[in-house]
Design a protein around this ligand. Structure first.
Ligand code: MYR
Length: 181
């Protein structure tokens, strides 16, 4: 009897819709658990941070990206490699200041809100996808880059685009920089 072809990559894929619906259920549950939007936002960020601190190993191993030498390079890697790898989208990047430590990721599409038309009633300050900010913050911290990450605009709030702001807080410090190549 012939054995079925070995299709390991297929097994490794998680169904996108299931993931997106599970995320929606998580946010819905948090909205039940916490009265204030700020508390839900904080929880999502914290949870994302934990994910980011773990995800970075997988990301560095699978992407084989080299060490970056500027914040601009790091942001491009996040947009073009990490978002593509984990969410299947490539946000555009803008630099927002002359010191070149403030950037925005502009998301034309956001798979995490595929089934969401609007924010739940009475939840106008909810940052529905705040988990993503925590993931980015956590991942960056693991390569010794401290950053503030937050939603600056959100289509779910009626904005024209969805925009994640990344502000790098410290200068890249070669001595402390963990990665050798
Ligand atoms: C370096 O060590 O210089 C490279 C730094 C690369 C940082 C990559 C951060 C990945 C963030 C993952 C975000 C995933 C969001 C879906």
């Amino acid at each position: 009897m012939s054995r079925p072809a070995y299709r390991r990559p297929e097994y490794q894929k998680i169904n996108k819709d299931l993931f997106v619906l599970t995320y929606g259920a998580l946010v819905a549950q948090l909205c039940k658990d916490y009265e204030k939007d700020e508390d839900v936002n904080k929880y999502l960020d914290k949870m994302g941070y934990g994910i980011g601190t773990r995800l970075i190993e997988d990301f560095l191993a699978r992407s084989c990206v080299r060490r970056c030498h500027s914040y601009s390079e790091v942001t491009d890697i996040i947009a073009q490699v990490a978002f593509k790898m984990y969410l299947g989208i490539t946000p555009s990047v803008t630099c927002n200041n002359a010191s070149r430590n403030e950037f925005s990721l502009i998301l034309d599409k956001n798979p995490l809100v595929d089934f969401v038309e609007e924010l739940p009633a009475g939840r106008s300050s909810l940052c529905y996808c705040n988990l993503l900010c925590g993931v980015i913050r956590g991942a960056l911290e693991m390569v010794h880059l401290s950053a503030d990450v937050s939603f600056l605009q959100d289509r779910l709030k009626g904005d024209k685009v969805t925009e994640i702001g990344i502000t790098f807080l410290k200068k890249l410090d070669e001595k402390k920089y963990r990665r050798k190549k």
